[in-house]
Structures are given as structure tokens and as C-alpha cells.
Write a protein of this length. Structure first.
Length: 147
């Protein structure tokens, strides 16, 4: 099972599920679920209205669309977003994918509802043979600890 779904609170709002635009595209386009303004130097969490469901050994990587970076000086605040498989069912926000966008330009940038803002790529990952991760996710965005 690997798919996108609409999160609670966004049902019935015509949130389009991401799709690849060409046969050889690696990424699924993520669009903004709401209009947001990003002042110069600010970081804003752009809601997508979506969550990602995937296998336990998979991760969803989020990258800014190159046109936003080049033309509008918008970047991901953390350079690459990582959505873990256990994020989809957390009680804090139902796994809502929020894209942290930073404005490195000199003018306020507006992202309209439906604007494609990022690409999402599903990837398998490996762990070490002596991996001891046993804790369960305790919350939503950025909740796996402060260290």
C-alpha cells in the first residue's frame, strides 16, 4: 500500500491527489491546499491537505519545485522534507504534510490554493543490523525529539 489520501478537516474541499506529470517523472507534484503569503526572510508551513501512506521501510522525500527556487527565491527551510511511514496516523494532525517554505527574496511571495509547490518521491531505506529503534511516534510535525 503506497498512496496519498486527504487528511481530516480537508474532506470535500476538492484536494487533488498528487500525480506524476510524465511517464519518467520520479516525483509526485504537491499543491497548496490554502492561499499563503510568505514575507521576505520568513518561513511558512504550507498545508497540502494530504497525508502519505507507505510501507514501514519507506520514506517520502519532499523537494521544492525548481521553478519556485529559481524564479521566486523560495526554498524548503530544511532543504529536504522527510515524511516517515509512521507519520500518517499520528493523533496530532492525521499525518498532514506541511511544506516548510522559506522566502529568500526581497518581496512577499503569494502561493495560491492549487499552486504546485513541491515534488514528493517515495524511497526505500536501509537500517543497520544492530538497529535498536523501538519507540513509537509521540506526535505530529517535528515530534521525534529535540536532539
Amino acid at each position: 500500500m503506497r498512496r496519498f489520501a486527504v487528511v481530516k478537516g480537508y474532506e470535500g474541499q476538492a484536494i487533488a491527489l498528487p500525480e506524476r506529470k510524465t511517464r519518467w517523472s520520479a516525483g509526485y507534484d504537491l499543491a497548496a491546499a490554502e492561499r499563503v503569503e510568505i514575507p521576505p526572510g520568513a518561513v511558512v508551513l504550507v498545508p497540502t491537505g494530504l497525508k502519505a501512506l507507505m510501507q514501514p521501510d519507506e520514506v517520502l522525500q519532499i523537494y521544492i519545485r525548481s521553478s519556485l527556487a529559481v524564479r521566486r527565491r523560495l526554498v524548503l527551510a530544511n532543504q529536504v522534507g522527510i515524511i516517515d511511514a509512521d507519520y500518517a496516523h499520528n493523533p496530532d494532525n492525521d499525518g498532514h504534510i506541511l511544506v516548510a517554505v522559506e522566502n529568500r527574496g526581497n518581496e512577499t511571495q503569494v502561493i495560491e490554493r492549487g499552486d504546485r509547490i513541491a515534488q514528493a518521491i517515495f524511497t526505500k531505506y536501509l537500517t543497520t543490523e544492530d538497529d535498536a529503534a523501538v519507540s513509537e511516534r509521540q506526535g505530529g510535525f517535528g515530534s521525534t525529539g529535540k536532539r
